[in-house]
Design a protein around this ligand. Structure first.
Ligand SMILES: *Cc1c(COP(=O)(O)O)cnc(C)c1O
Length: 368
């Protein structure tokens, strides 16, 4: 048996007719940039989130950058994010001219450790970017209370947490804005790069829309300089075709996670993911911590099981951030976990047989 880490083809086959029809309409109408397909997706995504504005952009990295730029963040400022994330969370901070300030990950829930957040705030802190990594919600009440006390906006990085819930509230609706990626492998994925911003702030929404479209709402009327970061119409049409299925797919991910939890429970060398109370984890990734991780990866690979690491090197320890001079003891949890974390195959179409085979192979590895 082979178990791929993700299987985008299985999902395509299940909705092939809708997808093919959507793509054909965009081409027939030559509605390649902007127009009704983009607007339709923006409207349905905003409606599902119960927010006033959704601005489609080119990808989930741009959405973070655009938000920070339009909040006026730049040189001399600091923005706080988490040590264990994808580099978009921090490189966009640098792109604005600001300095990324990292907080260690929480040892239990793997997201930003909110207990260490306030210590990192200075007079220059201009935003906090909690990342709802793996589909797990950050401790938003605490983060929002600290942010409010210091009058700092919170941008939620929801690239891995489509429709995750915190005390009944959706990821991306608690801070000033939510930033989404629709990279193909994300829980809601396009067939290329795509992203979106959601917000209830009228001024911010207007500014983000302008900035992402060369600073012009009307062709040639550039009220400011901007960038070219539009949501592609083909991607918008594909996303609209997929959107009605997202909650069902999320439930399937959650059911798979529950099944993994049960079949991995007896293996003492494996720690299964813990879910923060009063939240709904949407399992973009199913991350375990294991003993002898690299040996296990090789063993599983031999048996046709693909795994991944999110992430092999925490952001502060990447060569890209060597100039900040971070030491391992500044981020002890991230440093310790970097050699333990392992992402097992996780997607809605994953079968019980595949999970059974994966669990049996893990047991076999530790029994040797
Ligand atoms: C995927 C991802 C992004 C960036 O999204 P792209 O669409 O690939 O630019 C940002 N933050 C996190 C946490 C991500 O996982």
């Amino acid at each position: 048996m082979t178990v791929p880490f993700v299987d985008l083809k299985a999902q395509y086959q299940s909705i092939k007719e809708d997808i093919d029809k959507s793509i054909a309409s965009v081409i027939e109408e030559t509605a390649f940039v902007g127009g009704k397909y983009v607007t339709a997706f923006e409207e349905s995504f905003a409606a599902m989130y119960g927010v006033k504005h959704c601005i489609g952009v080119a990808n989930g990295t741009d959405s973070l950058y655009i938000l920070m730029k339009m909040l006026g963040i730049g040189a001399g400022d600091e923005v706080i994010t988490v040590a264990n994330s994808w580099i978009s969370s921090s490189e966009t901070i640098t792109q604005t001219g600001a300095k990324p300030v990292f907080v260690d990950m929480d040892p239990e829930y793997y997201s930003i450790d909110e207990k260490q957040l306030e210590d990192k705030i200075t007079a220059n802190t201009k935003a906090i970017i909690p990342v709802h990594l793996q589909g797990q919600m950050c401790e938003m009440d605490t983060i929002l209370a600290i942010a409010e006390k210091h009058n700092i906006p919170v941008i939620e990085d929801c690239a891995q947490s489509h429709f995750s819930l915190y005390k009944g509230k959706k990821a991306g609706t608690m801070g000033i804005a939510g930033s989404f990626s629709f990279y193909p492998g994300k829980n809601l994925g396009a067939y290329g790069d795509a992203g979106a911003i959601i917000t209830n702030d009228d001024t911010l929404a207007e500014r983000c829309r302008l900035y992402s479209r060369h600073g012009a709402a009307i062709k040639h009327k550039h009220v400011m300089e901007g960038i070219n970061s539009r949501l592609d119409s083909l991607q918008a049409a594909i996303l609209s075709a997929k959107l009605p299925n997202i909650l069902k797919w999320t439930e399937q991910r959650q059911a798979n996670a529950k099944y993994y939890d049960s079949i991995l429970a007896g293996i003492t060398q494996v720690i299964t993911p813990k879910v923060r109370p009063e939240t709904s984890h949407t399992y973009h990734l199913y991350v375990v911590r294991v003993e002898r991780r690299d040996g296990l990866i090789a063993f599983l690979k031999e048996r046709g099981i693909e795994t991944a690491i999110h992430y092999p090197t925490p952001l502060p320890f990447l060569p890209a951030y060597a100039y900040l001079g971070h030491q391992r003891h500044h981020f002890p949890v991230s440093h310790e976990y970097m050699n333990q974390i392992l992402s097992l195959p996780m997607y809605p179409e994953l079968t019980k047989e595949m999970m059974d085979y994966t669990a049996a192979s893990i047991k076999e590895f530790y029994a040797r």
